[in-house]
Design a protein around this ligand. Structure first.
Ligand code: FES
Length: 179
């Protein structure tokens, strides 16, 4: 995996206007994109609520243009993480972005760019294994511990035909903050 100073240059916004010149596979998730599994034996398959039945489930996903079939895996910044949490614990903004209790955030740690793989449901924390940064999925993935200084960018969700779909672009800055 890539870490460290080289990734500092990767910080970009989720602003769709900034993405118009990018190749489709390098563009961040767009409204209407289907989310598909990024890893494991079901890689490439759409994601439905039954996949979250096991406690501590964190699903890593890519966005897929449902029309062209292009999977937007051309940038490490584009990977999405999904967890299912109690809607009663969410703040209003997080609840508005969620779908049936599922919330989506950038999977790219804002500390040094590791992909995040762990969710601890018992203490409600998304945890980066690299240096221990912790993010609160109920409150916009705000940092609650470790060296990260910025929350993970949020992605609004909706459910279409029983599968999770992006309802808009990332809200917030992707990558490692420069200051
Ligand atoms: S990359 Fe350092 S805590 Fe995530």
């Amino acid at each position: 995996m890539l870490f460290g100073t080289g990734l500092a240059a990767l910080a970009v916004t989720g602003d769709a206007d900034a993405d118009t010149a990018q190749a489709p596979q390098a563009m961040p998730p767009q409204a209407g994109d289907l989310l598909v599994q990024a890893t494991g034996p079901q890689a490439g398959q759409p994601i439905g609520l039954p996949l979250f039945k096991t406690p501590n489930t964190l699903i890593q996903a890519w966005a897929k243009d449902p029309t062209s079939g292009v999977v937007r895996n051309g940038s490490r910044l584009n990977r999405v993480l999904l967890v299912k949490i109690d809607t009663a614990a969410m703040d209003d903004a997080t609840r508005k972005r969620s779908a049936e209790g599922v919330v989506a955030y950038s999977d790219f740690c804002t500390h040094a760019g590791c992909w995040i793989e762990t969710y601890h449901a018992d203490n409600g924390v998304i945890l980066c294994h690299c240096h221990g940064s912790a993010f609160d999925p109920t409150h916009g993935a705000n940092v609650t511990g470790g060296p990260a200084r910025a929350p993970l960018a949020s992605l609004s969700l909706k459910i279409v035909d029983s599968h999770l779909v992006a309802a808009g672009p990332f809200d917030g800055r992707l990558g490692i903050p420069q200051t």
